[in-house]
Design a protein around this ligand. Structure first.
Ligand code: F3S
Length: 395
């Protein structure tokens, strides 16, 4: 059948819209050919990952600078977390060298017209697609959230393919853009008590460990807040590569219901917790806000820290998006958090910041943060509720 292109897309391929657009459409059409797409489709929103200089390095920065010569974003495009808070990096112990390079990365995106707010929860700060909308997002937790909780449609893009979608306003029509590929494949009944964000992270791990890239249909979850679903999405994407799930009574997509052959019990959650916990972890780093905290989270944490003091030898990061931090400043939450000796860090997170070797043990409510803290930064870890994390910070 082959890939059919519109006249405008053909012009892009011929270089009539500039070099960067040409390179970008080549990436999109190559993906389309590999995955057997019949056409390209417009996207309305893009989210780009691979923003931290720590992950990108000089080669990645060079590629971006090249694209920035004449590449311009055609649709709303935001960025995943960078390796540092773009304004307050110094007090978080980031080196001048790193800061300079990180700034060059963000400048290159800015030149392309990308909105340089760096967050893995773009849907909380205005990059919010609606049900059925075709988008091109890269951050795995946000991909899972947008496909499942919002009902938008995206494949799990890489950094370069997401940028290519931004510069062309297109993606190839394959994978999760097609209804036939969005049907549930394996059924799970949840018979476990779910109370806090850490429980939802453990649930994501318990299912993810058993569900390699399949689409789960989940029953038995009576209620879940947006914050709990954020945690679940991050975890199931990390441990199972899951980009779409259905949760009965909670998520909006239509699907045929598969036989419920699997169950998750309290014992399974306990097992997930014990696999994550390092018994002897010496906690000197507490990080909450993976995925990036909502303003509700920040308000709650500010109350917990109000008038208290983080104990000596402990570092506390509450990570969030810059617009959320701005609201927190306006509402006085920032002052309460920082006066207590904790940091409200925007644009960055504990997984993509250059933190290796800086701490011994991390306590967090996020199963995804545990994965990266152990695997990448070589920290010992403990997963607890947000309340327990803050208690640990103060003890
Ligand atoms: Fe976001 Fe960083 Fe967690 S990108 S999902 S806060 S590991």
């Amino acid at each position: 059948m082959g890939l059919k292109l519109t006249d405008e897309e053909k012009e892009m391929l011929e270089g009539k819209h500039g070099k960067a657009t040409q390179k970008a459409i080549e990436i999109i059409t190559t993906l389309g050919e590999i995955y057997g797409a019949g056409r390209l489709i417009p996207v309305t929103s893009v989210q780009i990952a691979g923003v931290s200089y720590h992950n990108l390095g000089e080669a990645g920065l060079e590629y971006l600078s090249e694209m920035a010569v004449d590449g311009r974003a055609r649709v709303l495009t935001t960025l995943n977390p960078a390796g540092m808070d773009m304004l307050e990096w110094k007090k978080h112990g980031i080196s001048e060298d790193f800061a300079e390079n990180q700034q060059r990365v963000v400048d290159a995106f800015e030149k392309m017209g990308v909105v340089t707010t760096c967050t893995c929860t773009p849907y909380l700060i205005g990059n919010l697609p609606h049900y059925g909308e075709h988008i091109a997002w890269a951050e795995s937790s946000a991909v899972c959230f947008s496909n499942s909780v919002i009902g938008a449609r995206t494949n799990r893009e890489g950094g370069p393919s997401a940028l290519a979608s931004s510069l062309t306003g297109r993606t190839a029509e394959y994978g999760f853009h097609l209804e036939k590929n969005r049907q549930a494949q394996v059924g799970y009944e949840i018979r476990a008590k779910l109370q806090n964000t850490d429980d939802f992270g453990l649930l994501g791990k318990a299912i993810g460990d058993r569900t390699s890239k399949q689409i789960p249909y989940i029953t038995g979850v009576a209620h879940a807040t947006t914050d709990q679903l954020r945690s679940f999405c991050a975890s199931i994407a990390t441990y199972g590569g899951v980009a779409l799930f259905h949760m009965e009574g909670i998520t909006p997509n239509r699907t045929a219901v598969p036989d419920i052959t699997e169950s998750v019990t309290d014992d399974d959650l306990d097992k997930a917790r014990s696999e994550l916990d390092d018994e002897a972890a010496e906690i000197d780093f507490i990080s909450v806000g993976c995925p990036h905290a909502s303003i509700g989270d920040v308000a709650r944490i500010a109350e917990m820290l109000d008038g208290k003091q983080v104990s000596e030898g402990k570092t506390v990061w509450i990570t969030t998006a810059k617009p959320t931090k701005d609201v927190a400043i306006k509402m006085g939450y920032y002052d309460k958090i920082e006066k207590a000796g904790a940091y409200l860090v925007s644009d960055a997170c504990c997984a993509v910041a250059p933190l290796e070797g800086r701490f011994k043990g991390l306590m967090t409510d996020s199963a995804k943060a545990c994965f990266y803290a152990r695997g990448k930064n070589k920290f010992d870890i403990k997963i607890r509720t947000v309340e327990e994390c803050i208690k640990e910070a103060l003890s």
